[in-house]
Design a protein around this ligand. Structure first.
Ligand SMILES: [Zn+2]
Length: 210
């Protein structure tokens, strides 16, 4: 059985000699690694060749302390892999959760302040969901409520939110277009076209003989 932290790395570490020393090289499993390199070396000729501290340190940065903490309650790496903790890609999983929470039961608030990225995501969600102008993000009253007691707390500028909003829209549209891509028919009228649900044409794709 392998310790839960191994789940944050690709399952087979590579055995190498680096500067003549035997070494296991673990590759980070995050979609977007947040460390300077996406590998962790563990030299086998040292006393703590079984230590997982380097792996934990790396995983914490890539997946966030909460994911690591959640993983460490699991029995082993395989349990973590099948648990869904890793399903969200990497640290940005926290953002997926923000959107997932929508409309499900009682709203609760975290004891942890939003990270910069989460704060940007929350602002995008807020203005989109509640149809607010992005200028409201720079509003004096709002900033007073958001920053009192934690003056260093990051709130994005209205122009950042505006840019994020446009980027989110473009990404969502691409994603939804993908969901809608259904091959409907291959008769003369529609040959070569990909037709989405309700006949909405969302793109062209070369068709084979079938
Ligand atoms: Zn990483």
């Amino acid at each position: 059985m392998k310790a839960p932290v191994y789940a944050f790395f690709k399952s087979d570490p590579v055995f190498q000699h680096i500067d003549g020393r035997p070494c296991h090289v673990f590759t980070c499993a995050a979609a977007h690694c947040r460390n300077p390199t996406n590998t962790v070396r563990r030299y086998l000729d040292t006393k703590d060749s079984n230590s997982t501290s380097g792996l934990r340190k790396h995983a914490k940065k890539c997946w966030g302390p909460e994911a690591l903490k959640a993983a460490q309650t699991a029995a082993d790496a395989n349990t973590v892999r099948s648990s869904g903790i890793l399903a969200s890609g990497s640290f940005s999983g926290a953002i997926d959760k923000i959107f997932e929470r929508f409309g499900k039961g009682r709203v609760t608030y975290s004891h942890r302040a939003h990270t910069k990225v989460e704060s940007r995501a929350e602002c995008v969600r807020w203005v989109a969901e509640s149809l607010r102008p992005v200028g409201v993000i720079g509003d004096r009253g709002f900033l007073c409520i958001a920053k009192t007691g934690r003056p260093d707390h990051y709130i994005p500028s209205p122009s950042t939110v505006s840019r994020d909003l446009k980027n989110s829209f473009v990404k969502c549209r691409t994603r939804i277009a993908k969901y809608l891509q259904v091959r409907v028919c291959s008769n003369e009228d529609y040959r070569g076209e990909v037709v989405g649900a309700k006949g909405l044409r969302v793109g062209r794709r070369r068709m084979g003989n079938n």
